[in-house]
Design a protein around this ligand. Structure first.
Ligand code: C5P
Length: 258
């Protein structure tokens, strides 16, 4: 599925209706993928109070560093450091400790880093939170990137099994290692929910409003579809950041969830 996003109704495949205490606004995490700290701060100020969280990714973090996270304190309930850590266990543990100290409340690592790496991340998050006297962050595993489809997974990455089976296997592995949840596409959300239960956090990027452009994302769905399928949070970047009026774009997304 490239280019145009199919209508949510078309994408429904008998998905379960899952109710949760989170309201539409709480579920939306804005991915502020910009290069400039000034533009970033302007977006945060504009959207603070209208979203459940902000996400800082490598594009901004590698440019401005921890200041990007520090600025988010008090601006939204969820402060997501989306740096997708993937290295040997001790290095990832050290990275996680730093992100906890910088104020992240949600951190991700790649499930492909393996069990020892995920356990090291979990232990580091707990130990650093304990040392600082703060609530431990949620730690989630990135499964298969939403920019990959099954053909790319097989022919580029060399994983020759149904994409959904790989996502579920990594979700189960993350849960076994004590992680709080996963990042996956909404097309796999219902199956993850079934495999990992109601308390497991599911975060879905690859979100587009009906008829909008998918860009480099391959496994996309609408906000309403993602939530119907069991997503706790949806991550939305370009549809908000590149909108003429980001506050209006956020409102449209939140309205579509309610
Ligand atoms: O602009 P768009 O809405 O496609 O942005 C999606 C965001 O979610 C980006 O910041 C991207 O890095 C992130 N993400 C993703 N797929 C994953 C994990 C994170 O697109 N599997």
């Amino acid at each position: 599925m490239r280019g145009e996003v199919r209508e949510a109704a078309e994408q429904e495949k008998g998905g379960q209706n899952r109710r949760s205490a989170l309201c539409g606004k709480d579920r939306l995490i804005a991915a502020l993928d910009v290069d400039d700290l000034g533009r970033y701060k302007e977006l945060v100020r504009t959207l603070s109070g209208a979203v459940g969280g902000f996400k800082v990714g490598m594009r901004l973090y590698y440019r401005v560093g921890p200041e990007a996270l520090a600025f988010l304190r008090g601006m939204a309930p969820v402060i997501f450091a989306d740096l997708k850590l993937h290295d040997i266990p001790s290095t990832v543990g050290g990275g996680v400790r730093a992100l906890v100290a910088h104020g992240a409340t949600l951190i991700n690592v790649h499930a492909a880093g393996g069990k020892d790496m995920m356990r090291a991340a979990r232990e580091a998050a707990a130990a650093e939170a304990d040392r600082l006297g703060v609530t431990p962050p949620k730690l989630v595993a990135v499964t298969v990137l939403t920019s990959l489809d099954e053909e790319a997974l097989a022919n580029q990455i060399g994983i020759r099994e149904p994409l959904q089976a790989r996502v579920i296997a990594w979700a189960r592995m993350a849960q076994e290692c004590g992680l709080d949840g996963v990042v996956a596409s909404s097309l796999e959300a219902a199956a993850i929910r079934k495999a990992c239960g109601p308390g497991f956090v599911i975060i879905t990027p690859g979100i587009r409003m009906p008829g909008s452009h998918a860009g480099d994302q391959r496994r996309v769905a609408t906000p309403a579809h993602a939530v119907r399928e069991g997503a706790d949070y949806i991550v939305v970047g370009r549809p908000v950041v590149e909108a003429e009026d980001p506050a209006r774009a956020v409102k449209e997304i939140v309205d579509s969830l309610e």
